[in-house]
Design a protein around this ligand. Structure first.
Ligand code: HEC
Ligand code: HEC
Ligand code: HEC
Ligand code: HEC
Length: 186
């Protein structure tokens, strides 16, 4: 370890501070900002895991069992779509932040027990599915497209004719034709 380098660096820092005392709060502010941003990104990342969603949604018994049976959970290529991959818009950070804030209503509904029995869940399921589908339509199925890219599709292998290639002119989005993918339709 060459301490002369550290000496020189700290001399230079002292000189800088004496010269620009007003800079100190700025530097600390920047460091604090970075720490908070990293913390938020970490939390947001954590709250994107299936485990986090399931801490409340295991109640969604049937829905969850459907997901475990679906190709989005387990398939020949081993690429898994997690809850948050389909239910949160990742491509657009503004939409993502908005979705996170809106989702905090889930915490309220959890506390008052809106879907805490299979009966209550079943009663609300259709309405919730409708909300999800409306959201996906509004974003032109953005979460789906973060994995599925029409230009990367092989129509022959899909047996979909030129359906996907004409998607723009058809004025349709993925969830107009594909529903009940990870959960059976209510
Ligand atoms: C604190 C508990 C809790 C957590 C954690 C949670 N949810 Fe929810 N979620 C609920 C409750 C309660 C409802 C019913 C809310 C209502 O009726 O508006 C709900 C509703 C939903 C709906 C139905 C559509 C809608 O907008 O109401 C979806 C989809 C959903 N949650 C997905 C998720 C995903 C994905 C995660 C993980 C990223 C997650 N939830 C984490 C409690 C939770
Ligand atoms: C995290 C990436 C990812 C996301 C997000 C995603 N998918 Fe998939 N999708 C996959 C993978 C991986 C497969 C399975 C491929 C295989 O069979 O090997 C698949 C399979 C499919 C299939 C064929 C199997 C089936 O269940 O019919 C359809 C249709 C499909 N996805 C549509 C969608 C739609 C619509 C959305 C949005 C609601 C979506 N996907 C979101 C990765 C994803
Ligand atoms: C106008 C209706 C329509 C739209 C819109 C549409 N698809 Fe399809 N898709 C089909 C049809 C029909 C098939 C072939 C039959 C089948 O497997 O369901 C198909 C097949 C697929 C498959 C292959 C299924 C398999 O088992 O191999 C995937 C993946 C897929 N679509 C994803 C998407 C995604 C992602 C979008 C949005 C970008 C989308 N589709 C939009 C009608 C549509
Ligand atoms: C492949 C994308 C995809 C994945 C993965 C996925 N969902 Fe969904 N989810 C949807 C779509 C699309 C709907 C709208 C209804 C439908 O088409 O099935 C929906 C509907 C829902 C609903 C409304 C009630 C219902 O049963 O329809 C809840 C709650 C929900 N999802 C929670 C979850 C949770 C929790 C996970 C993870 C365990 C998860 N989803 C994984 C795409 C997905």
């Amino acid at each position: 370890m060459d301490f002369r380098l550290i000496d020189r660096l700290s001399n230079r820092t002292t000189a800088l501070i004496t010269k620009h005392p007003a800079g100190i709060p700025l530097v600390f502010g920047a460091l604090l900002g970075l720490t908070i941003a990293a913390g938020f990104a970490g939390l947001a990342g954590l709250s994107d895991s299936n485990g986090f969603c399931l801490s409340c949604h295991e109640m969604a018994g049937a829905s969850y069992q459907d997901y475990l049976q679906s190709p989005h959970y387990r398939n020949r290529t081993g690429v898994r779509a997690g809850c948050a991959d389909c239910h949160l818009p990742h491509a657009n950070w503004l939409a993502y932040a908005k979705a996170k804030v809106t989702a905090s209503k889930d915490v309220y509904h959890h506390l008052i027990g809106t879907i805490d029995t299979p009966e209550k869940f079943a009663a609300l399921r259709l309405e919730m599915a409708r909300r999800v589908l409306l959201d996906l339509k509004a974003s032109d199925s953005a979460p789906c497209r973060s994995c599925h890219d029409v230009s990367a599709m092989d129509p022959q292998a899909q047996g979909s004719g030129d359906m996907h290639q004409r998607i723009g002119t058809l004025g349709k989005t993925c969830v107009d034709c594909h529903q009940g993918l990870a959960h059976r339709l209510p």
